[in-house]
Design a protein around this ligand. Structure first.
Ligand code: KIV
Ligand code: ZN
Length: 515
């Protein structure tokens, strides 16, 4: 079968970031973008440049840091958005402007309060404006799967004539069903006279758990670009998961008429990095990247796999980046070995001082823990990055006491804007006591919405990774902390969350804030 190229458009940094609490700093976005580039993703949607000065800076930084993938910014179909996107993308080796407007009757009437005719005019104008800045312009018919077919044909034809080379028909609310969504593309491609001048694209949300199935059905019906995210991160139930799509197409070569250029060995490292940075853990039974995805529990399965691997395995764990950490690092490992392992994980340090700091942390951890795994290295990088920020709250010293027969207590010493403050508290457990002591000092008024602890690797000497989700005045942030002492990891996570809340700023939401 002759294979067509399937363009992989990753929107982890834009739609993924729209998940509550998943917001990322500019440095974190660049780290994720670098691993997406190693994955050989075709297009990286780095953000929504007009959302805030921070979002603009992040799109710009990604555009400047990446050279092998096209970097894209989202823009509503209005002049200001398009100009801002173009400005942020100036330094990109290859840039794309992705502009969109809603086309379903319900969105046009209630959200945009615009007539279909006006929507059509606005789309065409925005595409032409974007084309003045770059050759690569994508147009999305927001809520496309609930739009009227005749209108979709008109606006698609007009968009291509105005200069859009990619036409994306999102299933914005996750309402589509595979056969219906696939048929919609076939009909659209057949009905629009200039459809051969554009690549058609999917963008599916997972509200009914059908995002991957819908995207693949569209591929069987002529689509040649898929928009997706690492771990399926995204608004509400998320977007179609990149790892599932790529492996489906690759494993079922006999069915899918397409191939991607993804270097699959970076899939697991990318999944871990996104999970660590956003604080969204990966469920153990998640396809491809879950801890159990390749684990064979039952005796019959194990026996079969040992006799002949293909009896139960349709993919090889090592092909997607599992079990690649054969070189176990320890306290005798030198800087060169550690640097090489970081690089294999897609992590490079532009500044040699950063590598030195990460190496010092590595040595410190290796004193406490016998073997250092890839997951530990990822946590070290996150900790090194967050140390660079000037924090309002920093831990100076802590003492916790948890004794049978007495109430757990904690005594904490924090640096608050450079000033030392102390407090003591009792609680239901040591973490509760420590959090109460922190609150005595900071009185944050933040609501703790989630607290979770994961062991980063196996064994009782593993680092505990703690995620907290805090909410205040409508801002939601995730705080992360890791340490071989889980109470300390919990305190670090809480302080990280509080520091993020200090930085939380108002930003526009591309779809909810009107044009
Ligand atoms: O879900 C959606 O419709 C989107 C568009 C902005 C592409 O994210
Ligand atoms: Zn979306």
């Amino acid at each position: 079968m002759t294979k067509n190229k399937l363009v992989i458009f990753d929107t982890t940094l834009r739609d993924g970031e729209q998940s509550p609490g998943a917001s990322m700093t500019k440095e974190e976005k660049v780290r994720i973008a670098k691993i997406l580039e190693k994955l050989r993703v075709d297009v990286i949607e780095a953000g929504f440049a007009i959302a805030s000065p921070g979002d603009f800076a992040a799109v710009k930084a990604v555009a400047e840091a990446v050279s092998d993938s096209t970097v894209c910014s989202l823009a509503r179909a209005v002049d200001a958005d398009i100009d801002r996107a173009a400005e942020a993308l100036k330094g990109a080796a290859s840039a794309r402007i992705h502009t969109f407007i809603a086309t379903s009757p319900i969105h046009m009437k209630y959200k945009l309060k615009m007539s279909p005719e006006d929507v059509l005019q606005q789309a065409s104008r925005a595409i032409k404006r974007a084309r003045n800045y770059c050759d690569d312009v994508e147009f999305s018919l927001e809520d496309g799967s609930r739009s009227e077919f005749e209108f979709m044909c008109r606006i698609t034809e007009e968009a291509i004539a105005a200069g859009a080379s990619t036409i994306n028909v999102p299933d914005t609310v996750g309402y589509g069903e595979p056969a219906e969504y696939g048929a919609l593309f076939r009909r659209l491609i057949e009905s629009v006279p200039n459809s051969d001048k554009a690549i058609f694209s999917t963008h599916c949300h997972n509200d009914l758990g059908l995002a991957v199935a819908n995207s693949l059905s569209a591929v069987m019906n002529g689509v040649r670009q898929i928009e997706c995210t690492i771990n399926g991160l995204g608004e509400r139930a998320g977007n179609a998961a990149l790892e599932e799509l790529v492996l489906a197409v690759r494993t079922r070569k006999d069915i899918f008429p397409v191939e991607t250029q993804i270097d699959t060995q970076y899939i697991v490292p990318a999944s871990r990095l996104v999970s660590t940075i956003t604080g969204f853990p990966v469920q153990p039974n998640k396809a491809i990247v879950g801890a159990n995805a390749f684990a064979h529990e039952s005796g019959i399965h194990q026996d079969g796999v040992l006799k002949h691997r293909e009896t139960y395995e349709i993919m090889r764990a090592e092909d997607v980046g599992w079990n690649t950490n054969k070189i176990v690092l320890g306290k005798h490992s030198g800087r060169a070995a550690v640097k090489a392992r970081f690089e294999a994980l897609g992590i490079t340090f532009a500044d040699p001082d950063l590598l030195s700091q990460a190496f010092a942390r590595f040595k410190d951890l290796a004193d406490k823990k016998h073997e250092i795994f890839d997951e530990d290295l990822q946590a070290i990088v996150s900790a090194t990055q967050s140390e660079l920020q000037v924090d309002t709250y920093a831990l100076e010293h802590m003492e916790v006491c948890s004794k049978s027969g007495s109430k757990p207590s904690a005594s904490l010493c924090l640096k608050v804007n450079g000033e030392i403050k102390k407090a003591e508290a009792e609680g239901g457990g040591p973490v509760d006591a420590a959090y109460k002591a922190i609150e005595k000092i900071v009185s944050s008024c933040a609501d703790l919405q989630l607290y979770s602890v994961n062991a980063i690797t196996q064994g009782t000497d593993s680092q505990g990774e703690v995620t907290v989700r805090l909410e205040r005045d409508g801002h939601i942030v995730n705080g992360l902390g890791s340490d071989t002492d889980i109470v300390k990891a919990s305190v670090k996570a809480y302080l990280h969350g509080l520091n993020c809340l200090q930085d939380a700023h108002q930003r526009h939401h591309p779809q909810r804030d009107g044009v």
